[in-house]
Design a protein around this ligand. Structure first.
Ligand SMILES: NC(=O)c1ccc[n+]([C@@H]2O[C@H](COP(=O)([O-])OP(=O)(O)OC[C@H]3O[C@@H](n4cnc5c(N)ncnc54)[C@H](OP(=O)(O)O)[C@@H]3O)[C@@H](O)[C@H]2O)c1
Length: 210
């Protein structure tokens, strides 16, 4: 996640494109490491990201894209991901309904995309692990992050501090949950200044509940 110095992680009107070339390069290093890249439908539609390793579009090493959604509204049909027809991916919908009926919700998706259903995000992680996808990169947004934190599924947190602020009254933050979580502690493993940005890697300390 990237945050402004006044704590914003979401802009009230604009897509989130505030990171530098260096921030995108570091995100790509994580994407190259990852087996899977999880992102919410809302963030994908809002920011219309390319879900591949963007600096190496011709590489064979792209993470499996995993889109998580809740409502039964169909995905927007003008997303960048549709242009990468050779890249398969997965759509996970949080209802207990049969997958074949739901395929019609995403008619524009390339045929090599799979549709699954779930009731708890833990099931997504388990299903991915069973298929050998164990290095999972979660790119948000904050509400989806909250679902994974609530289930103790996050080991590390990568934070970029951006030299920006815009104040306002919005209450966005990197992790949003309906109820406060038990206090979660981290070890700061790395903090690097590059240009005007600060890049930090936090590793979660074990808790008795983990
Ligand atoms: N600064 C950063 O690094 C960064 C990174 C990512 C995103 N963002 C920003 O974050 C903003 C969006 O954040 P957000 O917190 O409003 O939304 P979000 O976390 O991106 O989206 C919430 C998503 O989770 C789904 N969802 C909600 N409750 C669920 C549940 N109980 N089970 C399953 N799925 C559930 C929703 O599905 P439906 O869509 O079907 O309702 C929705 O797509 C955007 O402005 C984006 O630019 C910033």
């Amino acid at each position: 996640m990237a945050a402004t110095i006044d704590g914003h992680v979401a802009h009230p009107t604009q897509a989130w494109e505030f990171g530098s070339k260096e921030d995108r390069r570091r995100m790509d290093v994580l994407r190259e490491w990852a087996d899977c890249l999880i992102v919410s439908r809302k963030t994908l539609e809002h920011d219309n990201m390319d879900l591949r390793v963007r600096t190496k579009p011709h590489s064979k090493r792209h993470p499996q894209p995993v889109i998580v959604m809740q409502s039964l509204r169909a995905l927007k049909n003008d997303l960048r991901i549709y242009k990468h027809a050779t890249t398969g991916g997965e759509l996970w919908i949080s209802i207990a309904s049969s997958a074949p009926e739901l395929v019609t919700l995403a008619p524009a998706l390339p045929t090599n995309w799979q549709v699954h259903t779930f009731t708890n995000v833990r099931e997504i992680v388990q299903a991915l692990a069973e298929r050998g996808y164990r290095k999972i990169l979660l790119e948000g947004g904050p509400t989806l992050n909250g679902l994974f934190f609530t289930e103790n599924l996050v080991d590390e947190f990568h934070l970029t501090l951006l030299p920006l602020l815009w104040g306002g009254t919005t209450h966005d933050r990197a992790v949003i949950t309906a109820m406060p979580l038990p206090l979660t502690r981290f070890t700061l493993r790395r903090a690097e200044k590059r240009g005007n940005e600060l890049f930090m890697r936090y590793v979660r300390k074990p808790t008795s509940a983990a």
